[in-house]
Design a protein around this ligand. Sequence first.
Ligand code: APR
Length: 309
Amino acid sequence: MVNKVTVVGAGNVGATTAQRVAEKELARRVVMVDVAEGVPQGKGLDQWQSAPIEGFDARVVGTNGYDETADSDIVVITAGIARKPGMSRDDLLNTNAGIVKQVSENIKRTSPDAIVIMVSNPLDVMAYVAKEVTGFPRERVLGMAGVLDTGRYRAFLAEALDVSVRDIQAMVLGGHGDTMVPLVSYTSVSGIPVTQLMPREQLDAIVTRTRNGGAEIVKYLKTGSAYYAPSSGAVQMVEAIVRDQKRILPCAAYLQGEYGMEGLFLGVPCKLGRGGLEQVIEVELTNDERVALQKSADAVREPMGALKL
Ligand code: APR
């Protein structure tokens, strides 16, 4: 257990993340920050009142400022707005970049030693904004996408094979978008290569469904996007860090030459422990996977060019 975890943005993803962090007793104090007056306070109080019933010893509080967040061990950023009618992709990008910039400045000032986990979209670009603005080393700025994408992939595979989700090992690399790269060559069921258990066409259909996993949910919800699995993804990263688990998870990390790339955040296998990002692991890729990862990197770099910081 660490002393304090802050979640910025008390919307669907943020509030669910705070709740999961508290229920797992990953921090003594869980602070939710949001610009909406009363919302983080109300949700914080409500969550804390579930503590005696659920049986967890973590105090959840909500606030509109950053004083309460001071000296956080970990900060999860989920603040942002959804695209509104008439807004171009670049407008949205710069609006959310402005929000993430303001949040990052506050974190740098109040929690200079924190490890930041970015969840706000477009994820890979927002992680870059946070790193630039805070000036934190890459060990302390990570993006959550791969854990979510891998979760979706594993769920679909488990359902198709009628096996436990626990027994599916998989890696999804690349940017968080339709150019993500599910690594079929590293997908196994308790060590058995998945290609031995399922025809290629069925596997390809699952890969396609994984790529469109977020859109499938938006289509159902109509307003808003997924938040149960995204918050689970963020909390798995928080837990790996808090408990110093040295877990190997696919996360967006700032590349410094790995996979032949540098200067951008991209989903790669990472070792997470108390130091944050403890290692970027370079795995062998097939030619197709290497080309797909490069394409995914191009898709991340393009909006970075439109950034006005
Ligand atoms: N500081 C703090 N909170 C902010 C700020 C800011 N500057 N600007 C906006 N917010 C808050 C909003 O008030 C809102 O409560 O961010 C919250 C966003 O919550 P939702 O609209 O419910 O969005 P959510 O579904 O939680 O998604 C948040 O995570 O997965 C990503 O794509 C998703 O970028 C989106 C983010």
